[in-house]
Design a protein around this ligand. Structure first.
Ligand code: AQP
Length: 345
C-alpha cells in the first residue's frame, strides 16, 4: 500500500483559540487531512511552560478538542490526541536534549520574547520548548508540519537535530518540511498590529477569538487600530493595521486583495470595518454553533481523545524504540506485549 505523507501539528490549550489559529493552523489541517496521515495534538505539555490554573487547563483541553472538530478536523480521518497522554513525547525529548547545544535554544526568538514577558518565571521548560517540539514532530516521522510563520525557527532546529542524529546513527528520522500558508500565516494583534495576535494577550480587544459573540466582533473591529490614511490599500510595511483588516476580510469572504481594494475604492476605514465585522460574524457562525453543540458532549470528546492517544502511541513507540536502541538503552516490552502479559497474569 502507498504510504500517505504524515503530518504532525498541535496547539497549546493556554487560552481560547483565535482567528490566527484558524488561518495559521486549523484550516490548513482540515484541507490536508484527506490526502495525508494526520496527527493533531493538544499541546498541554507545552502549555505548562507558562503557569496554568489546573482546573482551567483541563477545561481548555476539552474546549480546544471541540474547536478542532468544529473547524473541520474529522476524528475518523485524523488522529486527535492530548500530548501528555503519549509519554513517548517526554521520553524522546530527554534524548534529544542531550543532543542540543545551549546556544541553539537561547537563540530562539520565542524564548527571548516569552522570557521577557514572563520575567518572574523563566523556567527550563520555556528554554527547552523547541526540543519538545522537535520530539513531537520526529516521533511520528512527519513529512510536513503546518505552522504559522512564528514557528519556522523551531522547525529549523527540529531539522538540524534530526540531521545530527541521522549523521551519527543512520536514517532514523525523516526530515520534516514546514507548510506555511501563503495567506494568514501571521494574523496581527488588533491593538498593536506589529505584534502577532496571541490568545494569552491580556488585552481582550486585541484578540479575535473563534467563539466571540457578534457583539464582541463588532466592538473589537470598530476599535481596531489603523493609521491616519484614507485610502483602502494593502501595504503591510507602512500600514500594518489596515493590511491586517484586509487580510481578515479576504479570509472571511474569499475575495482577493485586489478585489477588496476595488470594492472599497472611494470608501473610508469605517466602511471597511463595518463590512468586515458582518463578514466575520457570518464566517465564524458555523464554527461557533458546532462548538456550542460539542461542548455539551464531553464523553464523546474524551473518547475521541483516548482512542487518538492509543493510535498515536503505537506509532510514537516504534520511533522511540529505534532511538533507544541507537543510543544504547536495553530494550523493553512494546505496549502490545505489555498488555498481553497483563492479560495472562
Ligand atoms: N496570530 C497567528 N497567526 C497565524 N498563526 C498563528 N498561530 C498562532 N497564532 C497565530 C499558529 O497556531 C499554531 C499553534 O499555536 P500555539 O497556540 O500552540 O502557540 P503560539 O504560536 O504561541 O500561539 P499563541 O496564541 O501566541 O499562544 P500563547 O499566547 O499561549 O503564547 C502554530 O502553528 C502557530 O504558528
Amino acid at each position: 500500500m502507498e504510504r500517505r505523507p504524515v503530518i504532525l501539528s498541535g496547539i497549546q490549550p493556554s487560552g481560547r483559540l483565535t482567528i490566527g489559529h484558524y488561518t495559521g493552523a486549523l484550516r490548513n489541517w482540515a484541507a490536508l487531512q484527506p490526502t495525508h496521515a494526520c496527527f493533531f495534538m493538544i499541546a498541554d505539555l507545552h502549555a505548562i511552560t507558562v503557569r496554568q490554573d489546573p482546573i482551567e487547563l483541563r477545561q481548555r483541553t476539552l474546549e480546544v478538542a471541540a474547536l478542532f472538530i468544529a473547524c473541520g478536523i474529522d476524528p475518523s480521518q485524523s488522529t486527535l490526541f492530548v500530548q501528555s497522554h503519549v509519554p513517548e513525547h517526554t521520553q524522546l525529548t530527554w534524548v534529544l536534549t542531550c543532543f542540543t547545544g545551549m546556544g541553539e535554544c537561547s537563540r530562539m526568538t520565542q524564548f527571548k520574547e516569552k522570557s521577557a514577558q514572563y520575567r518572574h518565571n523563566i523556567n527550563v521548560g520555556l528554554f527547552a520548548y523547541p526540543i519538545l517540539m522537535a520530539a513531537d514532530i520526529l516521533l511520528y516521522q512527519a513529512d510536513l508540519v503546518p505552522v504559522g510563520a512564528d514557528q519556522k525557527q523551531h522547525l529549523e532546529l527540529t531539522r538540524n537535530l534530526a540531521e545530527r542524529f541521522n549523521h551519527l546513527y543512520g536514517q532514523i528520522f525523516r526530515i520534516p518540511e514546514p507548510y506555511i500558508p501563503p495567506v494568514g500565516a501571521k494574523i496581527m494583534s488588533l491593538q498593536e498590529p506589529t505584534k502577532k495576535m496571541s490568545k494569552s494577550d491580556p488585552n481582550d480587544n486585541a484578540v479575535l477569538f473563534l467563539t466571540d459573540s457578534p457583539e464582541d466582533i463588532h466592538r473589537k473591529i470598530r476599535r481596531a487600530i489603523t493609521d491616519s490614511g484614507r485610502e483602502i490599500r494593502y501595504d503591510e510595511k507602512q500600514r500594518p493595521g489596515l493590511s491586517n483588516l484586509i487580510v481578515l476580510y479576504h479570509i472571511a469572504t474569499g475575495k482577493s486583495i485586489t478585489e477588496i481594494e476595488h470594492e472599497f475604492e472611494g470608501s473610508g476605514y469605517a466602511d471597511l470595518k463595518a463590512a468586515l465585522a458582518e463578514a466575520l460574524i457570518e464566517f465564524l457562525r458555523p464554527i461557533r454553533e458546532e462548538y456550542g453543540r460539542l461542548c455539551d458532549a464531553k464523553d464523546y470528546l474524551q473518547n475521541i481523545l483516548l482512542r487518538g492517544a492509543e493510535k498515536a502511541r503505537t506509532r510514537a513507540h516504534q520511533t522511540l524504540q529505534l532511538v533507544h536502541n541507537c543510543v544504547g538503552f536495553l530494550p523493553t516490552l512494546t505496549p502490545e506485549a505489555a498488555v498481553g502479559m497483563a492479560h495472562n497474569r
